[in-house]
Design a protein around this ligand. Structure first.
Ligand SMILES: C[S@@+](CC[C@H](N)C(=O)[O-])C[C@H]1O[C@@H](n2cnc3c(N)ncnc32)[C@H](O)[C@@H]1O
Ligand SMILES: Nc1nc2[nH]cc(C(=O)O)c2c(=O)[nH]1
Ligand code: SF4
Ligand SMILES: [Mg+2]
Length: 210
């Protein structure tokens, strides 16, 4: 296939720049603890300085793969398929979610919400970033809001973001990994004072799994 043909398929979402795929346990948020197949799509320009997958940022480093093949492999392993990145919403997510659902799977997304929402999602995890705020549609779609706490100013940001999501959206504060020992005590106090929030930890990192 020529580069031009590939680019066309990427633009429709029939190919995606795949960085990695792995079957593991969802470590974070509402579905923490369940087996799930992760599809990590390359490309992100949000630029969080503490991002734990900076290798994903440059989409050019992750060659396009056929969406149908990615989905087939995922569904051979698991009914729950989590699409993450990078920033998955930089790409057209319609074909991948259609294929997952057609194969009987459940579609979950991990996103900053900074780009137009495409795809049909059974579970939408919105993790907003100050650098590039979510779209109005992303706030509407969010089933869970997962705000990363890097310093004490992030509590105010978390409240501003919570004011934008729907009533049924579940609210999580998740410590930034490198400062977890410093931030967890503040988060514990905050959640006891403000019990609409829950704490989410990156449990896969404690379990030493992907
Ligand atoms: C790597 S991001 C990919 C998906 C999307 N770009 C996003 O940010 O939601 C997956 C999740 O990990 C979180 N995350 C990334 N780096 C982290 C870190 N150092 N500590 C805690 N959570 C982190 C993100 O906020 C997001 O919820
Ligand atoms: N086990 C595990 N759970 C996760 N939940 C969200 C992740 C992500 O990077 O999007 C992630 C991840 O990278 N691994
Ligand atoms: S939006 Fe997500 S992938 Fe992009 S830099 Fe931030 S945490 Fe990393
Ligand atoms: Mg991760």
């Amino acid at each position: 296939m020529t580069k031009k043909e590939q680019e066309k398929l990427v633009s429709t979402g029939e190919m995606l720049p795949l960085m990695e795929e792995f079957y593991t346990i969802q470590g974070e948020g509402f579905y923490k603890g369940i087996a799930a197949y992760f599809i990590r799509i390359g490309g992100c320009d949000v630029g969080c300085h503490w991002c734990d997958v900076k290798e994903s940022w440059d989409a050019e480093k992750h060659p396009p793969s056929l969406t149908s093949s990615i989905v087939k492999k995922a569904l051979d392993n698991s009914k729950t398929v989590v699409v993450t990145g990078g920033e998955p919403l930089m790409w057209n997510m319609n074909p991948i979610t259609e294929a997952i659902k057609q194969g009987g799977g459940n579609t979950h997304i991990e996103t900053s919400g900074a780009y137009e929402v495409t795809g049909v999602w059974d579970w939408f995890c919105l993790s907003p970033k100050k650098n590039k705020l979510p779209t109005l549609e992303a706030y509407k779609r969010a089933n869970e809001l997962k705000v990363i706490v890097y310093n004490k100013h992030d509590f105010k940001f978390a409240e501003e973001q919570a004011a934008q999501v729907g009533e049924d959206c579940i609210l999580y504060l998740q410590p930034e990994w490198s400062v977890r020992d410093k931030m967890i005590p503040l988060m514990v106090d905050y959640v006891m004072q403000n019990p609409k929030w829950k704490i989410s930890l990156q449990t896969h990192k404690y379990l030493n799994i992907p």
